[in-house]
Design a protein around this ligand. Structure first.
Ligand code: BG6
Length: 514
């Protein structure tokens, strides 16, 4: 039970804001099966990350990683392929002995995902390599979304997993393409696993600075007391990328910015900024609070969508001094595509804390620079004492930069020297790198370790997935039903269409991130 804060004379109880100990977790011997083991995600993220965890001495002595995939490969060939991948990721060759020690834990099962033979062979491999793992198996679905149901059904039918048997399954986003398909996907997953066995990955939740949002809020008195509609004028969240869609035209044409970024990464950031303090630092306490936020963001009606959202698609332009092509000229994109690569919106979190505070959000590809940032703009003081000398007082702002550099920035006003009645804005600027050099962990590292340990805190629960779709489904439907007449409507390398600035200008505000 959390200790109730009784009074100001009791110093000790004041510090005891939460006495629920976070559960102790450690990594037990495990087998991890990666479906799509030789594929892109496995090569770029999973195997290099698991190697990093091994090198840091965090893995138990007994573990195995079994890749499953279509290409014919022996264990030896798989190990060679993964070595190249890890070296690419590390930017150099690996210490011979260390790699040999790690490679001995890698195995490969070739085969199609829809053939029973693959699962028979996998079962045999698991029995051979995973004797000491006591069924502690993680199935990682590093495959395109349409293959997920096929694999889960085969695993269930071949008895590789059973509801409640202790196995875990890791699912990558997108979790469906709308609420209905997310529910359908979940039904298939739930025919083989309990909710507690399902790890839905949103890699943003693995980023240190994203996690830091709740540490900053709930471990400091100075922020949380002001974190509400009484003191905050508006919240702004920007998830900007300077990259285009790279070679993912086929995927992006189906997804667009709302499904790719807004429904997951951006909504998760909103929840962390807006949520109430959880009653403890356990997975479900935190996830309960996040879901309440998604539910408070009532779905918009069509006329609200037209007024409070802006969509965009990039045309040709210049990024970092080089000419880049427009979205419609990208590989595997239809010449008249209606897919949005940019979204800005004014969201409302309709609860007591946030009533009347607009949440302005924007996300897009091929924008002026890569930056993910949360800005809280505070209200003006109640009385303008210094008004005669400075008509436009700079408001206090708190900026949490998630990337490219991890940073917390606070702006406030001080007296300008000598001038009688002049305020001057100054900044406190904290950079993670200055204090914690080399210490921050890559997002996949944190998430994989948590999954191995069985800690679900940073993974998304199904009710959250559905509630996030509820917020964006009406927008996607409206936009898909009405072709954008002005696409492409922003130049690559800009800050998106003019409508995004107008959205704030109409309210007498402007984007803080520039
Ligand atoms: C992915 C999206 O989830 O996140 C990509 O599918 C996007 O389109 C990427 O580029 C951004 O991740 P990060 O960590 O680079 O901000």
């Amino acid at each position: 039970m959390a200790e109730f804060i009784t009074g100001f004379d009791d110093q000790d109880s004041r510090l005891e804001t939460c006495d629920l100990p976070a559960k102790e977790y450690r990594i037990e011997p495990f087998s991890m099966v990666i479906f799509g083991g030789g594929g892109d995600l496995s090569q770029r993220k999973l195997i290099p990350t698991i190697y990093g965890i091994y090198r840091d001495g965090e893995l138990p002595e007994v573990f195995s990683v079994i890749g499953v995939g279509m290409p014919e490969m022996s264990d030896g060939q798989f190990r060679d392929l993964m070595r190249e991948a890890v070296e690419r990721s590390a930017g150099g060759s690996l210490p011979e002995q260390e790699w040999a020690g790690f490679a001995g834990h890698l195995f490969y099962v070739p085969g199609g995902f829809d053939g029973d033979g693959t699962y028979v062979a996998l079962q045999k491999r698991l029995e051979e390599t995973g004797k000491a793992c006591a069924g502690n198996t993680i199935y990682y679905l590093a495959v395109p979304p349409k293959i997920t149901p096929v694999i889960v059904e085969k695993m269930r039918d071949r008895r590789l997993c059973r509801v409640g048997d202790g196995a875990k399954v890791v699912v990558e986003k997108p979790f469906g393409r709308d609420r209905a398909s997310a529910v359908e996907l979940n039904e298939i997953l739930r025919s083989a696993f309990e909710e507690e066995q399902i790890y839905r990955i949103d890699h943003y939740l693995g980023k240190e600075t994203v996690q830091n949002i709740i540490f900053l809020r709930f471990s400091n008195t100075i922020f949380e007391r002001l974190w509400n509609s009484q003191y905050i004028d508006n919240v702004q969240i920007t998830v900007a990328e300077d990259m285009g869609i790279e070679h993912r035209g086929g995927f992006y044409e189906q997804a667009g910015v709302v499904r790719d970024i807004v429904q997951n990464h951006l909504m998760q950031i909103i929840a962390l900024v807006a949520m109430e303090p959880p009653i403890g630092f356990e997975a479900d306490y935190i996830r309960d609070e996040k879901v309440k936020i998604f539910r408070s963001m009532r779905p918009m009606r069509d006329e609200e969508i037209d007024r409070f959202t802006v969509r965009g698609q990039y045309g040709p332009g210049k990024v970092a001094g080089s000419d880049v092509r427009g979205y419609r000229e990208e590989e595997a994109v239809a010449p008249g595509s209606n897919t949005p690569t940019f979204m800005a919106a004014r969201f409302v979190v309709a609860n007591w804390r946030w009533a009347g505070v607009p949440f302005y959000v924007r996300a897009g590809k091929r924008l002026a620079r890569r930056v993910t940032e949360i800005c809280l703009q505070f209200k003006q003081p109640p009385l303008r004492l210094f008004g005669s000398a400075c008509d436009t007082l700079e408001p206090n702002i708190l900026v949490l930069t998630i990337q490219p550099e991890e940073r917390i920035f606070l702006r406030f006003g001080v007296k300008y020297p000598r001038a009688a009645n002049k305020i001057y804005p100054v900044n406190v600027d904290f950079r993670y790198q200055d204090v914690f050099k080399e210490k921050t962990q890559p997002p996949y590292g944190r998430l994989l370790v948590d999954c191995m340990k069985g800690d679900l805190t940073l993974f998304v629960r199904q009710d959250g997935v559905e509630a996030m779709w509820d917020c964006v489904d009406p927008i996607i439907r409206r936009w898909e039903a009405q072709e954008a007449q002005d696409f492409p409507n922003y130049e690559a390398g800009s800050w998106g269409p003019g409508g995004a600035s107008d959205l704030l200008a109409r309210d007498g505000r402007a984007w803080i991130t520039k």
